[in-house]
Ligand binder design. Structure first.
Ligand SMILES: Nc1nc2c(c(=O)[nH]1)N[C@H]1C(S)=C(S)[C@@H](COP(=O)(O)OP(=O)(O)OC[C@H]3O[C@@H](n4cnc5c(=O)[nH]c(N)nc54)[C@H](O)[C@@H]3O)O[C@H]1N2
Ligand SMILES: Nc1nc2c(c(=O)[nH]1)N[C@H]1C(S)=C(S)[C@@H](COP(=O)(O)OP(=O)(O)OC[C@H]3O[C@@H](n4cnc5c(=O)[nH]c(N)nc54)[C@H](O)[C@@H]3O)O[C@H]1N2
Ligand code: SF4
Ligand SMILES: [Mo]
Length: 736
């Protein structure tokens, strides 16, 4: 308080860490460090003041009284708060005991989605995995975007070489399985995605949305096409078929496999795929012609097309279409961002299936095994059975396919440690929970998301509040890494030393031949994470040490609203990392899987299938504990077409059954969903009690119904869309 009795306030500018849109926020804090207001940062050159209800609630979320501030240790059913040293000692004991008796393959790790939204997740996740020395590596990626990585890896030679639609310059956007008006976009970092879509239409461009639901995004579009869940690969193959058949291709890259790609889609003429997709043949033909004739067009597909049986084939076909129409790597088409911390380096040719999972023999992708088989690996006895599990920022009990089975499996572990701010459905099985500090106590840089941005841009947010004796999330993960490796020392200095040694030894690098110690001494940063960020920025393509720019941590700190680094530019030549040096249009792994697609063409679609959806005021499983965000339209209901309600004789509630489970759900009849399709949002089913507001809005978990035995074979990705279900009025007893 000042002498006049007026509370002191301070203003901080930060990137919102809650979704992939990386909006700049301006927060006002009182002298106790409490958030008194949150606004969009108008001076941010990328987000220009945009904010959504989640960003506006960042203060409430960050100050949630249910967030843990000290470690919890569980003994039997009893939880108690503990000091940090005691908690780490308990983890070490649990780890050493399991490894001594069963070896390192008895350990496992699950990394959840927020690892893509914290500096710690990016900088310390890989060292932790290496230190564990296990093949039991799982993450939310195999419940999400792994098909995109696999398709990109096979076509361009690196799983992170992902093309994004050049949203601000395209004249035609074909969007499948995405609803950015609720999600704010994914694998396409674009603050104010809704505004950018409106701008596309205002400049005379055309937006076509393909979705089994008439979403808010579809309502804004020029055209909405209903599609049967799980059938996008057929639709895209039908479009590719038309381009070839009508001589509409205009390939501008140096490609391999054009003839093979043409052969592969030969079996999918529009008339044949129409029955499977529910899209009339003439619409498929017209979409192909529109794509080919638009001055610049992009095909963009997201979660609805990834978490499906033919996820990788769909992602492959997306970029096949971008190539065939001459739109890959050109302004207004599908382009490759140039992030300030550098693109993934060259490495040996990309491949999948370098090893297989122990129980089901499922192929590895990107060094990970499918989360759909995590429960198998915990439950099945034998050498390599997982007995010690680390989870970081994940809630797989609610997010993994057939999560209810995983719930039971986790209870059988010898030892589990979770790095998470909440006691929830997953962390309740841990023996130790290590809570990260508040968002405002953490530095923030979007290492991963800025690699998918529709404009090149960088922004760093230093911690706004002191740590008050708590370890940062980086320190928590570094300590776990040390426990697992048995080594001592400073992980950051080790990584910095290695990186610098490589850089000075690389001919043509901006620091070739320079002295490592001198470069190390020049780095800025108050923490190891900041030093590493500075190093990556300086060595990156705009960096002070690249020979081409002047970017560094210091410069970002001098620009608290962020720095615009310009529109996307063609750069595929620089990124291509295939053995042939060409864009691979028909990788053999993909061609092998096309047979599976062909076989499915004849199969009879199920009568009723389940899909997911997202709500604007939600975020996966962990944002239901903030009162202003829950209730109203953000509730867990089953959307169903009124025709199906009538046909099945349903009331307000119904029982949904799948091959794996059953749920009683509240119905939301709406003609925005196709007949034969029902939709449950994911991330509900709050039963753990550690989140008191969420418990009042518990809902049910869609992943009681999803089936872990069906996968996208190539990527190991879970299938959440197109799950066969039956629906009965509640109270009906059936024999089985
Ligand atoms: N049926 C169905 N299932 C789905 C999906 C679907 O559409 N339908 N979507 C899938 C997708 S796309 C994803 S990404 C996955 C998500 O799967 P998960 O990542 O397993 O689940 P989240 O709900 O995102 O849980 C995030 C966890 O991180 C914690 N957390 C939040 N912030 C932090 C932090 O800063 N540090 C740490 N250490 N922890 C933090 C939260 O408390 C929570 O426990 O779910 C997938 N599951
Ligand atoms: N508000 C909010 N924002 C979020 C999240 C959140 O939970 N809430 N989660 C974040 C995460 S982890 C992710 S991965 C992104 C996801 O971002 P998006 O990919 O935009 O995800 P959704 O909003 O679920 O939109 C997917 C759409 O696919 C449709 N769909 C379902 N099945 C099919 C199908 O077979 N084919 C086609 N063509 N469409 C289908 C659904 O009806 C839905 O409208 O959102 C992120 N942002
Ligand atoms: S759109 Fe995403 S990044 Fe922007 S304010 Fe909302 S939650 Fe935050
Ligand atoms: Mo996700």
């Amino acid at each position: 308080m000042t002498n006049s009795g007026v509370a002191m306030t301070s203003t901080v500018h930060r990137t919102c860490p809650l979704c992939e849109a990386v909006c700049g926020l301006t927060l006002t804090l009182d002298d106790g460090g409490r958030v008194t207001s949150v606004r969009g940062d108008r001076d941010d050159p990328f987000s220009k003041g945009f904010i959504c209800p989640k960003g506006a609630s960042l203060g409430k979320l960050d100050e949630d009284p249910d967030r843990l501030s000290r470690p919890l240790i569980r003994e039997g059913d009893v939880w108690r708060e503990a000091g940090w040293d005691e908690a780490f000692a308990a983890v070490k004991q649990g780890f050493d005991r399991v490894v001594a008796a069963h070896g390192r393959q008895a350990t496992g790790v699950y990394l959840g989605n927020p690892n893509a939204h914290t500096m710690a997740g990016t900088l310390y996740g890989t060292p932790l995995i290496k230190a564990l020395g296990t093949r039991n590596v799982f993450s939310a990626s195999t419940a999400d975007q792994m098909p995109k990585h696999v398709a990109s890896g096979l076509m361009f030679g690196h799983p992170m070489t992902v093309a994004v639609p050049d949203l601000d310059r395209t004249g035609y956007l074909l969007m499948l399985g995405a609803n950015p008006l609720e999600s704010n976009g994914s694998l396409c970092t674009a603050p104010d995605f809704p505004g950018r879509l409106k701008a596309l239409r205002a400049r005379g461009g055309r937006l076509v949305v393909v979705d089994p639901r008439r979403t808010r995004t579809a309502a804004l579009a020029d055209e909405h096409v209903f599609v049967r869940p799980g059938s996008d690969a057929y639709l895209l193959a039908g479009i590719a078929h038309t381009l070839f058949a009508e001589g509409l291709t205009d390939v501008r890259q140096r490609v391999a496999g054009l003839a093979e790609a043409r052969d592969a889609v030969k079996h999918f003429p529009p008339e044949a795929v129409s029955r499977r997709t529910g899209v009339p043949a003439e619409v498929i033909v017209r979409l192909a012609r529109e794509l080919a004739s638009a001055p610049a067009a992009a095909v963009y597909a997201r979660i609805g097309t990834c978490t499906a049986e033919f996820g990788t084939l769909a992602q492959w076909l997306v970029d096949v279409l971008n190539v065939l129409t001459g739109n890959l790597d050109r302004p207004g088409g599908a382009m490759f961002p140039k992030p300030a911390t550098g693109s993934a380096g060259r490495r040996r040719t990309y491949t999948v299936g370098r090893w297989r999972s122990r129980v089901r023999g499922l192929p590895e992708a990107n060094g990970e095994l499918p989360v759909a088989t995590l429960a198998d690996e915990i439950e099945t006895p034998g050498e390599g059975q997982i007995r010690f599990l680390v989870t970081v920022a994940g809630n797989p009990v609610l997010s993994a396919p057939h999560g209810s089975r995983l719930d039971e499996a986790l209870a059988g572990l010898d030892f589990m440690v979770s790095v998470d701010p909440y006691l929830n459905e997953t962390t309740r099985h841990a023996h130790v929970i290590l809570p990260p500090p508040r968002v405002l106590q953490s530095g923030h840089y979007d290492f991963a998301l800025l690699g998918f941005a529709v404009r090149n841009y960088a922004r760093y947010s230093p911690p706004a509040l002191p740590l008050d004796g708590r370890p940062s999330e980086a320190e928590i993960l570094a300590r776990l890494t040390m426990i697992a490796s048995g080594l001592e020392g400073d992980l950051d200095e080790f990584v910095i030393g290695q990186t610098l040694a490589r850089a000075v030894g690389t001919p043509g690098s901006g620091v070739e031949g320079r002295d490592v110690a001198e470069l190390r001494a020049a780095l800025d940063g108050d923490t190891g994470a900041e030093l590493r960020l500075d190093l990556m920025l300086r060595l990156g393509p705009y960096g002070e040490w690249s020979g081409e720019g002047d970017l560094s941590l210091r410069k970002l700190l001098d620009h608290p609203h962020g720095l615009d680094l310009g529109p996307l530019e063609p750069r595929l030549d620089e990124l291509l990392n295939t053995a042939s040096g060409l864009v691979e249009l028909a990788p053999p792994e993909i061609l092998g899987d096309v047979e599976r697609l062909r076989a499915g063409l004849e199969s009879e679609p199920p009568d009723l299938v389940l899909i997911g959806r997202r709500h604007l005021r939600s975020n996966n499983s962990w944002m239901h504990n903030v009162s202003p965000l829950v209730g109203g339209s953000n509730t867990c209901t089953l959307q169903i077409n009124p025709a199906d309600v009538a046909r099945l004789g349903l009331g307000d509630e119904a029982e949904v059954r799948s091959a794996t489970g059953r749920l009683t759900v509240t119905l939301e009849p709406t003609d925005t969903i196709m007949p034969g399709v029902v939709s449950l949002p994911h991330g509900w089913g709050h039963t753990a009690g550690g989140q008191r507001v969420a418990a009042e809005h518990a809902g049910v978990s869609a992943n009681v119904l999803t089936d872990a035995s069906t996968l996208d074979i190539l990527s190991g990705n879970a299938v959440f869309n197109g799950v066969p279900v039956s629906i009965l009025p509640t109270g009906v007893i059936t024999a089985h």
